[in-house]
Design a protein around this ligand. Structure first.
Ligand SMILES: Nc1ncnc2c1ncn2[C@@H]1O[C@H](COP(=O)(O)OP(=O)(O)OP(=O)(O)O)[C@@H](O)[C@H]1O
Ligand SMILES: [Mg+2]
Length: 232
């Protein structure tokens, strides 16, 4: 049996005296599309960072594709991340001064492809996000919504099997937001496992599964009915 894409068991995360997550159990299976919702400060980004192996839990176990994160070296973890995970950060993480096309192309640095090919793929991804006219703009020459779309183009460029998106529609008007959601649905139909943090109730309700976080705990999970896990 193939392992779940993500499996968190008894995961807690503390920052100094602050408990951001407190004993979270969560399984995400291959091909799921789910929303993570909850109030500001409830632990959503902390949860996504743990799923993305960008941070390690204070206690508990995080498994990605069956690999226990705490058993991997930093190097092995980077390799796993590069081959498996696309991440859209809440704050974009775009380096100042770097044109959009290079910011996106650099997302493929790990794959060992030549620069020309990376830039061709980056251009195609940016055009798909409606940014064909902004290829050579640096972040300070882009609007918030445009920066968000550059970050998404970068995350999906290498076709990662797991896409983690932290508020990908947060800075967008409703039309661009809908275009981003269409793209996520399209990736999901093509087989990508997608986890989206959102404050938008309509978006959350439109997805097959909704995980509600409050005070660092899973308060409700529509994918896990009382008495057992979802099938598959
Ligand atoms: N690096 C850090 N150092 C200290 N405290 C942190 C750190 N990161 C997060 N926290 C705290 O952990 C808690 C959860 O933060 P997190 O960013 O996960 O919330 P969130 O649900 O994503 O909120 P938002 O909807 O505002 O993005 C908050 O109380 C936050 O202040
Ligand atoms: Mg957050």
């Amino acid at each position: 049996m193939t392992p779940p894409v993500v499996e968190l068991s008894g995961v807690s995360k503390t920052y100094g005296g602050v408990t951001a997550l407190a004993g979270v159990d969560l399984v995400v299976r291959r091909g799921e599309l789910l929303a993570v919702v909850g109030p500001s400060g409830s632990g959503k980004s902390t949860l996504l960072n743990l799923m993305g192996t960008l941070s390690r839990p204070s206690c508990g176990t995080v498994r990605i594709d069956g690999h226990a994160v705490q058993e991997l070296s930093d190097r092995e973890l980077s390799a796993l991340r590069a081959s498996t995970i696309g991440f859209v950060f809440q704050s974009f993480h775009l380096a100042p001064g770097v044109p959009a096309i290079d910011a996106v192309a650099d997302g493929l640095l790990y794959g060992g492809r030549p620069r020309g090919e990376r830039r061709r793929l980056a251009e195609r991804a940016l055009r798909r996000m409606g940014l064909g006219h902004r290829l050579h703009n640096a972040p300070h020459q882009l609007s918030g919504g445009e920066k968000q779309r550059v970050a998404i183009a970068r995350a999906v460029l290498g076709d990662p099997p797991l896409l983690l998106a932290d508020e990908p529609t947060g800075a967008l008007d409703s039309r661009s937001g809908a275009a981003v959601m269409d793209l996520l649905h399209e990736l999901h139909r093509a087989g990508t496992t997608v986890v989206v943090i959102t404050h938008d109730r309509d978006i959350a309700a439109s997805l097959p599964r909704e995980v509600r976080i409050r005070d660092g705990r899973v308060e409700r999970d529509s994918g896990v009915p009382v008495g057992g896990a979802v099938g598959g």
